[in-house]
Design a binder for this molecule. Structure first.
Ligand code: HEM
Length: 502
């Protein structure tokens, strides 16, 4: 009797304790939390679970976009998390640290991973500031203007191969072509040659190899797993539910990447400059450990492939949907060159409309659509004068920022003219200081120059060689999910090859 009484009391205490905890959490998060002053949906302010559900369903970017439309520039998207679309973020959050202000650290609790593969090394993107500065200085040699000029023949080789393969695929001009795959084949082949000193042969074989398929699957898996980070129990459950063959695939992936890096580093000489020849020429073998070379190779292969292919896919879609803009671009490209061989790192940047189209593509369909989270330092900080408590997470979410009327006129429409100063008065008040698709400050994109040249070269060669028409099944192509990067379905187009001058 006494035993069951104790049990009953324990059960009642547990229920009362749980209800009290839940009530305390609700009241604290809504009214007393230091972020309580920021607007946002109440449910999201109380629990992180709604945001986790949005992230695992690939809808977080669109949900956050809707929140910014309703609540303004700075929105509380979970109890301890702010999304901002304010241009001030580029100085206050991502900029250089000045007098203890700005330049917040990367959020390694919920997003960036230290020692991600257990070899004791961390890639520069996730490193602390000191190690990041050391690694980045070494890699800078491989991303300078001079390096790009040395890499030019390699980029030319793969873009020529792309055009050749597109000609084969379009043959009589009636077949449908999934242009997303072709852009991916090209950027992966190029980046593999720069990172491993040997090609992947995707364009040759016109197919993804298992290693590249693993990368795509891995990006999605990590994005879903990251949604649970910071919640150890949920994170463990999620890991336990991971597909059984995941470990095997991961090991295959690492072996593939690392063996190629090792093979490349064993070579004294290479017949063309790749990242390592430029790094080693400047620094010798000092400065980076072999495990650091391994993890950074993985970084280069993900950061430098999907991103550029995504921009090219999105831009191709918007150009096809806006025939007047497509005509203007095609006229500029075909009127500027009498042969594609004339397209170089010197001549291509002179094409103003091509540059404006790339910028507008990066705005309307930013390859990095999500926010890249930073942690407010213990002493606190601010966004545009609004105080932020130490330990809070904050990020500039690219897609909502670029689709907000607060920053851009007619934000959902494709108008490259907004990037041509004085061309169209409708865009005179666009906040260009909000636009940083490659991020800003000391942790911005290291591959920006390379990315611009690659995107210019690929798009210019494709539009020089083909007329492109969007097929009906791809009319609503942009309506897809985001797992850190866009989950792009095929983009079906019809290509009509043009007669080339000899
Ligand atoms: C349209 C194409 C691209 C876009 C939009 C883009 C965007 C970005 C962004 C937003 C970041 C900052 C990440 C953060 O804050 O965590 C970044 C970092 C980085 N990107 Fe890119 N990227 C592109 C192409 C490339 C290419 C072609 C490479 C060449 C390998 C590259 C290499 C890197 C590297 C190494 C970092 C880390 C830099 C550091 O931590 O210092 N990216 N990129």
């Amino acid at each position: 009797m006494a035993g069951s009484h104790v049990l009953q009391l324990t059960a009642v205490a547990a229920v009362v304790g749980t209800i009290s905890y839940v009530l305390y959490t609700i009241i604290y998060n809504l009214y007393f939390h230091p972020l309580a002053r920021y607007p946002g949906p109440k449910l999201y302010a109380v629990w992180r679970i709604p945001l986790i559900l949005d992230r695992i369903s690939g809808n977080s970017v669109r949900t956050i976009h809707a929140m910014h439309k309703k609540y303004g520039e700075n929105v509380r998207v979970s109890p301890n998390e702010i999304s901002t679309i304010s241009p001030a973020a580029w100085k206050d959050v991502y900029g250089y640290r000045r007098n203890g202000h700005g330049g917040f650290d990367k959020d390694t609790i919920r997003f960036y991973r230290r020692d991600p593969i257990g070899n004791g090394a961390t890639a520069m993107i996730s490193e602390d500031d000191n190690n990041h500065a050391r690694q980045r200085r070494i890699f800078t040699h491989a991303f300078s203007d001079r390096a790009l000029r040395e890499q030019e023949p390699l980029l030319k080789h793969y873009t020529n191969l792309l055009v050749e393969k597109l000609k084969d695929a379009s043959a009589d001009g009636s077949r449908k072509v999934d242009i997303v795959s072709f852009y991916n084949f090209t950027t992966f082949d190029t980046m593999a040659d720069l990172t491993f000193g040997e090609p992947l042969h995707l364009l040759d074989n016109m197919d993804y190899n298992p290693w590249v398929r693993n990368i795509f699957a891995g990006i999605k898996y990590v994005a879903v797993a990251d949604a649970f980070r910071g919640y150890p129990v949920l994170h463990q459950i999620q890991r336990a539910r991971a597909p059984k063959d995941l470990k095997e695939k991961r090991e295959y992936h690492l072996k593939f990447c690392h063996s190629r890096v090792d093979r490349r580093l064993e070579k004294e000489e290479t017949d063309h400059p790749d990242f390592w020849s430029l790094v080693l020429k400047a620094e010798g073998a000092k400065g980076l450990t072999r495990p650091e070379m391994h993890v950074n190779s993985q970084l280069l292969m993900t950061a430098g492939t999907e991103t550029t292919a995504t921009l090219l896919s999105g831009l191709t879609y918007y150009l096809c949907q806006n025939p007047d803009k497509m005509k203007k671009l095609v006229d500029e490209i075909r009127g500027s060159f009498s042969h594609p061989d004339e397209m170089t790192t010197v001549t291509l940047p002179r094409l103003e409309y091509l540059h404006a189209c790339l910028e507008e593509g990066l705005r309307i369909y930013p390859p990095v659509a999500v926010g890249l989270p930073r942690i407010v330092p213990p002493e606190g900080g601010d966004i545009d004068g609004h105080p932020l408590p130490g330990g809070a997470t904050i990020y500039f979410t690219h897609y909502p920022a670029y689709h907000s009327e607060k920053n851009f006129a007619l934000p959902d429409e494709f108008h490259p003219e907004r990037f041509l100063q004085g061309e169209d008065p409708r865009f005179a008040n666009d906040k260009m200081d909000a636009f940083n698709p490659f991020s800003n400050g000391p942790r911005n994109c290291l591959g920006k120059n390379l990315a611009y040249h690659e995107m210019r070269l690929i798009l210019a060669k494709v539009l020089y060689s083909f007329d492109i028409e969007l097929l009906p099944q791809s009319q609503n192509w942009t309506n897809h999910k985001v797992y850190t990067l866009w989950e792009k379905p095929p983009l079906y187009v019809k290509l009509r090859p043009l007669q080339q001058k000899a």
